[in-house]
Design a protein around this ligand. Structure first.
Ligand code: UT7
Length: 335
């Protein structure tokens, strides 16, 4: 029997309309465009500012575009998984809300929590469901409304993040393309450096937690930066070596869009020119689980069948890793 590979057959994305510029951020906190551009690399980020809309709205827009672009019949979708840190509610899952909004009758759905590495983990999860032979059409979504957990009085974090979502369709193929390999890691010792202090079972919401701003993202930037650079660089080099990829045979690297200096460090370590790094941090900022699929959505027209792509990310947990994908089709699919 032929080996079943899991191939990405389409991408859909969504970025909300409202643009929050560095000039506007400079009016909220003591910062300026030059600091944000040189230290982080974000020029603007998009924010979902309509009241009553959450992450499932972003996910729905992305998934609807994906279904249109791939011509998918809702009844044929077997599974939907959403990677997110900002679910609509603590429960039920954002994926279950998405399933309903998409009118999917034959799918099961759940969320995956691995912070900024969520979509990386999700590609490996989807690939294994496909390789099992039991599932034929899987929608995977990376979606985050980071503005819902960012403290816009904290200059160390508020310039970094934005809102957005993108989705892949994953299907079986016997061709030599698809999600080929992954190296994924977790180190729970990262907890103090990047987390939300309250709202979970250790410290449920109370007047005290709200008053003390414990429902916002807390980050010790310098420590996270150091681990992100070394771990993303090491794991990207490791997956390349494991699969016989060289700086010449790697066509693209899709790095998590957290800081342009981290992206440059990965390029340097991999000895690939910045032209091979897919980068849109300037326009979208860090959309957490959204960054990797959004980059593909953004640069889909550049990709060709057979392109060797390394995805890499680092996030809270700590979580990190790299996934090697051989791209499955040429150019941009129209919606
Ligand atoms: O996506 C999940 C993973 N997250 C990441 O990968 C993020 C990793 N970390 C980072 O990207 C960077 O550490 C930050 C962008 C968060 C911060 O940049 P940094 O170069 O590490 O700055 P720092 O925290 O070392 O702070 C340097 C100085 C401090 O002032 P003093 O103490 O030296 O006087 C900060 O108060 O920069 C100051 N600062 C700012 N100044 C102007 C911090 N934020 C700002 C700001 N504008 N927005």
């Amino acid at each position: 029997m032929d080996k079943i590979n899991a191939v990405i057959t389409g991408v859909g994305g969504y970025i909300p309309d409202y643009i929050l510029t560095n000039d506007e951020i400079s009016k909220m906190v003591d910062t300026n465009d030059e600091w944000i551009m040189t230290r982080i690399g974000v020029k603007e980020r998009h924010i979902l500012n309509e009241e009553g809309l959450g992450t499932s709205y972003l996910a729905r827009k992305a998934a609807k575009q994906l279904m249109k672009k791939t011509g998918a019949n809702p009844d044929d979708i077997d599974l939907v998984v959403v990677a997110t840190t900002t679910p609509d509610y603590p429960f039920p899952s954002t994926a279950s809300i998405l399933c309903d909004k998409l009118g999917l009758k034959n799918a099961f759905a759940f969320d995956l929590q691995a912070a900024c590495s969520g979509f990386l983990y999700l590609m490996e999860v989807a690939a294994n469901f496909i390789r099992s032979g039991r599932y034929k059409k899987i929608i995977i979504v990376g979606a985050d409304k980071m503005s819902s957990i960012v403290d816009y009085t904290d200059r160390a974090t508020c310039p970094i993040f934005g809102d957005g979502a993108a989705a892949f369709m994953v299907e079986p193929t016997t061709e030599d393309v698809g999600i080929m390999d992954s190296i994924l890691r977790t180190d729970g010792k990262g907890l103090p450096f990047l987390h939300m202090k309250a709202g979970g079972s250790v410290c449920p919401a109370s007047d005290f937690t709200v008053y003390n701003k414990m429902h916002y993202l807390h980050q010790e930037g310098r420590t996270v930066f150091k681990y992100a650079v070394s771990n993303m660089s090491d794991v990207s080099a490791a997956i390349a070596e494991k699969n016989g990829l060289t700086k010449d045979s790697i066509d693209w690297i899709v790095p998590h869009q957290a800081n342009i200096r981290i992206i440059e460090a990965v390029a340097h370590r991999m000895e690939v020119p910045m032209e091979k790094m897919l980068v849109d941090i300037q326009r979208f900022g860090n959309t957490s689980a959204g960054t990797l699929p959004l980059c593909i959505w953004d640069f889909e027209d550049k990709l060709k069948k057979g392109d060797n792509i390394i995805f890499t990310a680092f996030g809270a947990g700590f979580t990190w890793g790299a996934v090697y994908v051989k791209w499955g089709y040429d150019g941009k699919k129209e919606s």
